[in-house]
Design a protein around this ligand. Structure first.
Ligand code: SAT
Ligand code: MN
Length: 601
């Protein structure tokens, strides 16, 4: 085994871990090995090295202290779902919504790309914990990577270093995460998950969602598989606390697809009109929730991460004041525009475009720049990202390190639908809520490669992230519901409904608190609602509109349930549920039938 002579070597007496590293070293053939201990000293050295190598740019330290800039390759700017596989022994264990490869083929194909790919490079060993170290919710991973950018991001996104290794001890369980940049070639890129081996292999990419293996790969794909076995839930959800003046805090979690506003909602600023009510918002998570049934029969949730990997474009003081306050220091910007003064700029921010800059592709850019076809060129990629410590967020919850998490009162499903789906509705009960989640559709965003705007079925916002057969995943949801003595109510929301002219009917952002208020009143049984075939919809007068004027008829339109249109959607539901054949839990067909009856009544 090659030695770590970086001066940061960690003492490790975990034989299984050492043996695995040894095998990976023999395959990838790095020149050096370096353990990441989590110290500031080591981080600073790595920043200097990455800057010298051109892997990151140190931004203007007066204006953006501790901030770095990075560009990915042009074809490596979002998750590549078509190159992401679940490698289980049997195809049916991955299910019809996942790309599948046999473990043998996966190890062989990726192994060929990994082979010798770290020659001349350093392999970093990152011991990380998803969740507070030692909490019953938490899991440990070890990521091997040849990218300093990955190391620097993992240091922000997860709990890293010696304390994790100490907790792991000499025989603790951990997820084996191997990442190699190789030559960042899309034709030699594979993101492979081996749930049965608790292993992840990612090669040929440098983009966040593909390479920060603690995030989607471990915390959702591998964790969802483990969670089903162990009886808990790993979900693509934000967690938000709403504190009322009497000090009572209610926590809500919600699953929206990538780039549909989880981050904005998780740190919302109460709108002017509701200021008097004295709400205070607490951000627990903006992307992932691990949830457990506790001995009190309620559902408790933690955020396995400690950082935010958020979409930059569109972020400004009005849309997300708290994000703006979070990303002014110690932040890594990826694929934004780089200004000549060493700061960054993006579309939809607060500042006017600079007269000159370098765009996300590394090309000179000025306002009005177009490509060969005359199409305007963005300065920042639409999926450009910031990586920032959640602790810097003014609304960061004081319970982030609570090993026990927070108790969830309501669960939200949501997405982008220009038509059809009302602003908010409540499911009749837990099994109906599971049906709502299992059949939800949303418009595609820039967070995944593919055609933006196209309507995509995305059950529980987990379609790209469920590590096993989704029929079994729905069954698991139903079973968790049966075990809960205190079931959270399940709602569906849509901030993106449009009028005939394509204008948004709802202002969104901070105003969404008005909808959250209704949701909490429903949870407490304080307010009546209108029963419709899809669920309970608010009476317009029950949404507090103090200080917010909507055009005449907009609220009615926002809450409208168009029976004809839902009958069409009902047919689509059948099509998606049919994909699972016999494996789909009977209960979902029962829900489907009941839905049909309600629509035809
Ligand atoms: O790219 S990530 O998967 O990390 C972010 C997202 O798409 O939700
Ligand atoms: Mn996400």
């Amino acid at each position: 085994m090659i030695e770590d002579n970086s001066g940061f070597e960690l003492k490790c007496d975990h034989v299984g871990l050492k043996r695995w590293i040894d095998t990976m070293v023999r395959m990838c053939k790095p020149d050096k090995l370096e353990w990441i201990d989590g110290s500031e000293e080591q981080k600073q050295r790595l920043v200097r090295e990455a800057a010298t190598a051109g892997e990151v740019t140190i931004l203007n330290q007066e204006k953006l202290p501790g901030c770095l800039y990075h560009r990915t390759s042009v074809d490596d700017v979002a998750r590549t779902e078509e190159l992401t596989f679940i490698c289980t022994a049997r195809l049916e264990d991955a299910g019809p919504t996942n790309n599948w490869m046999s473990p043998d083929e996966g190890y062989r194909r990726a192994g060929e790309i990994f082979k010798g790919s770290m020659r001349g490079r350093t392999m970093y060993v990152i011991p990380f914990s998803m969740g507070p170290i030692g909490s019953p919710f938490s899991k440990i991973g070890i990521e091997l990577t040849d990218s300093i950018y990955v190391v620097l991001n993992m240091l922000i996104m997860t709990r890293v270093g010696k304390r994790v290794l100490d907790h792991l001890g000499s025989d603790g369980e951990f997820t084996r995460c191997l990442h190699g940049t190789a030559d960042r070639n899309i034709h030699k890129r594979l993101i492979l998950h081996f749930p049965q081996d608790n292993t992840i292999w990612s090669v040929g990419s440098g983009y966040g969602g593909n390479v920060l293996l603690g995030k989607k790969c471990l915390s959702l794909r591998i964790a969802s598989y483990i969670a089903e076995k162990e009886g808990w839930m790993a979900e693509h959800m934000f967690i938000l606390g709403i504190e009322e003046p009497d000090g009572r805090i209610s926590y809500v979690s919600g699953a929206f697809p990538s780039a549909c506003g989880k981050t904005n909602l998780a740190m919302l600023v109460p709108p002017e009109g509701l200021k008097e009510k004295g709400y205070r918002i607490w951000t627990v998570s903006d992307d992932i929730a691990w949830m457990r049934i506790d001995t009190d029969g309620a559902l408790w949730a933690t955020n396995p991460e400690v950082g935010i990997f958020g979409v930059v474009p569109g972020t400004n003081l009005k849309t997300n004041l708290n994000a703006m306050k979070t990303i002014g220091k110690n932040t890594i910007y990826t694929n934004t525009l780089l200004k000549l003064d060493g700061t960054v700029w993006w579309e939809g921010g607060d500042e006017p475009p600079p007269s000159n800059g370098v765009d996300w592709k590394g090309m000179p850019w000025k306002p009005g720049t177009t490509d060969d076809n005359g199409v305007p060129v963005f300065g920042a990629h639409p999926n450009s990202r910031f990586t920032a410590p959640l602790s810097q967020c003014p609304t960061a919850s004081f319970r982030l390190d609570q090993p026990h998490g927070v108790q969830i009162s309501a669960i939200l499903f949501g997405g982008r639908r220009a038509y059809l789906t009302p602003l908010v509705y409540q499911s009749f009960d837990w099994p109906h809520g599971v049906y709502v989640g299992a059949t939800m559709h949303s418009e595609r965003t820039a967070a995944q490669r593919g055609k933006v705007g196209e309507i995509r079925w995305d059950p529980m916002a987990m379609i790209p992230f469920c590590g096993y057969n989704m029929a079994d995943y729905f069954g698991h949801w139903l079973s968790v519901g049966r075990k809960l003595d205190h079931q959270p109510s399940i709602f569906h929301i849509n901030w993106f409904r449009q009028d005939e002219n394509g204008d948004y009917l709802w202002p969104g952002f901070g105003e969404n608190l008005r909808v959250m208020e209704w949701i909490l009143s429903r949870c407490r049984g304080e307010v009546e609602a209108v029963e419709t075939p899809i669920g309970y919809v608010p009476r317009p007068e029950d949404i507090d509109m103090t200080g917010l004027e909507l055009p005449e008829g907009a609220m009615e339109k926002l809450l409208e349930v168009d029976n004809e249109a839902w009958l069409e959607e009902f047919k689509v539901h059948k099509k998606v549920l049919d994909k699972f054949g016999d494996r789909l839990p009977e209960e979902l067909w029962r829900q489907h039938e009941k839905f049909g009856e309600r629509l035809n009544r």
